[in-house]
Design a binder for this molecule. Structure first.
Ligand code: SAH
Ligand code: SF4
Ligand code: F3S
Length: 443
């Protein structure tokens, strides 16, 4: 028998990158590689990288330094960089980081067999071509590491919104949707394997569209089809762009018990002037109109967001608009960032990055402090209510407890009893922190 080589993939960045790593794992499995969780035992180390903010790239650079030391001890080791940083920096990376052997952008993973062969013959290998139609639709991802309960399904790739601050359109290329039949099939197979929750992934899922023989399937239609796979399969999705989250979509969510009542709707800023400069194509009022529609059509729906502090020329007044928007919506959760200028984006070319670092930090702290308050308030509202929780795993604190999520995506810790991950468990919330709910079993 041929001795298999060992591969180790480390993923940075967003859920889409995690999903891509599963596709890469599937491609490697067909080659002479088996996965290892011990980086020191690996013959091939792949870092699937992110470029969204400068600190995301710095983390990868630091990791590469550590890997350099590993390579000195183990000269046959192959080191490859995948993902958005590979796409952004291309062959420049081969000059800057001499111990990298392989560079592959997000649309090049099918070429891995040839590229690895090239590396084996002693050359460096690179493929950073972006594609207009690659969706890896036929590749069955290897579900690495997860709980066996929740999984991601990528339904589209790329982004053409060109928000002024954002690097994604340059690293991920043109927007394209994946064949819906392959999506539904994947959801069905995951359910058969015991998975109970899937998250449909795309940078802007609302613009999902597949045309076939004069029939067009949009995101609400796709969501409905996926939800029909089985009532016991929970369905989530991310991310929705506020400019086109339609009432149709909200009605589909409201009318299916198994479509989770939680919407991630990145606002970025509460100031219409900032939103214009960011090229988000909605005003604060338009955004609030969509929030009102969510509250009207899906009562009890959780709303989460992304916020950027200190975008170009942001004034104290703009910042206060963000603060007041956060209070107005009362977000259940938020991802909050300091603006980080990305080379070659519209903002980098057009506007100076002129908010001083300490002002950015102070504004971000205020935003984080407020969200902490809002998250606690949101969790306190749940105390005394009953929820059906999908158990995902054993709690870190005690093996007598399980953790899971409500439809609203809130984490609940509760007594294990005879339950196991993958079970639906009815609990009553008895107490909370800003991050977690504690539930008691309802028998
Ligand atoms: N497609 C999604 C988000 C993708 S990136 C959307 O449109 O909402 C995830 C988040 O990173 C963004 O929502 C934004 O808040 C943040 N982000 C993107 N570029 C950034 C930058 N240059 N600096 C700081 N945060 C950024
Ligand atoms: Fe970036 Fe905007 Fe596309 Fe989101 S919608 S990935 S923020 S360009
Ligand atoms: Fe990062 Fe690329 Fe995702 S830049 S956030 S890994 S699409």
């Amino acid at each position: 028998m041929e001795i298999k080589k060992k591969s180790f993939i480390e993923t940075y960045g967003c859920q889409m990158n995690f999903s891509d790593s599963e596709i890469v794992a599937s491609i490697l499995e067909k080659l002479n590689y088996e996965p290892t969780t011990d980086i020191k035992a690996a013959d091939l180390i792949l870092l699937n990288t992110c470029s969204i903010r400068d600190n995301a790239e710095q983390r990868v650079r630091n990791r590469l330094n550590e890997l350099h030391a590993l390579k000195r001890k183990h000269p046959g080791l192959v080191i490859g960089l995948l993902g958005c940083m590979a796409e952004r920096l291309k062959d420049k990376l081969l000059e800057e980081e001499r111990h990298i052997d392989l560079i592959v952008g997000p649309d090049g993973y099918r070429q891995l067999p040839q590229l690895l062969e090239q590396v084996e013959s002693g050359q460096k290998a690179i493929n950073v071509l972006l594609s207009a139609d690659e969706t890896y639709a036929d590749i069955n991802p290897v579900r690495t590491g997860g709980s066996g309960v929740t999984a991601f399904i990528s339904i589209m790739r790329g982004c053409e919104n060109f928000c002024a601050y954002c690097v994604v359109p340059y690293t991920r290329g043109k927007e394209r949707s994946r064949n819906p039949q392959t999506i539904v099939k994947e959801a069905f197979e995951l359910f058969e394997q015991g998975f109970r929750e899937i998250t449909l992934l795309g940078q802007n899922v609302n613009s999902y569209r597949w045309e076939d023989n004069g029939i067009s399937i949009d995101f609400p239609a796709l969501l409905e089809e996926v939800a029909s796979v089985n009532p016991l399969l929970r369905v989530r999705f991310a991310t929705s762009h506020p400019k086109d989250i339609s009432d149709d979509l909200l009605e589909v969510i409201a009318s299916h018990e198994n479509i989770c009542k939680s919407i991630h709707l990145p606002i970025q800023s509460g100031s219409t002037h900032m939103l214009e400069m960011m090229k988000r194509s909605y005003s604060r009022d338009c955004y609030m109109d969509r929030i009102a529609a969510i509250r009207r059509i899906i009562p009890g729906c959780a709303v989460t967001t992304d916020i950027i502090a200190g975008f170009c020329s942001e004034t104290e007044e703009d910042h206060q608009h963000t603060i007041s928007a956060m209070r107005e919506v009362g977000y259940d959760y938020a991802y909050m960032f300091k603006y980080s200028e990305r080379p070659n984006t519209i903002a980098a070319k057009k506007y100076p990055d002129d908010v001083p670092e300490e002002v950015k930090s102070r504004r971000l702290d205020e935003i984080i402090g407020l969200q902490q308050e809002l998250s606690l308030k949101s969790n306190k509202r749940e105390v005394g209510k009953e929820f059906v929780v999908l158990a995902e795993g054993v709690s870190k604190r005690s093996d007598q407890q399980l953790f899971g999520r409500t439809s609203q995506n809130k984490v609940v810790v509760f007594q294990r009893d005879a339950f196991k991950p993958g079970d639906y468990v009815k609990v009553k919330i008895v107490s909370c922190t800003a991050a977690t709910l504690r539930g008691e079993l309802v028998l």
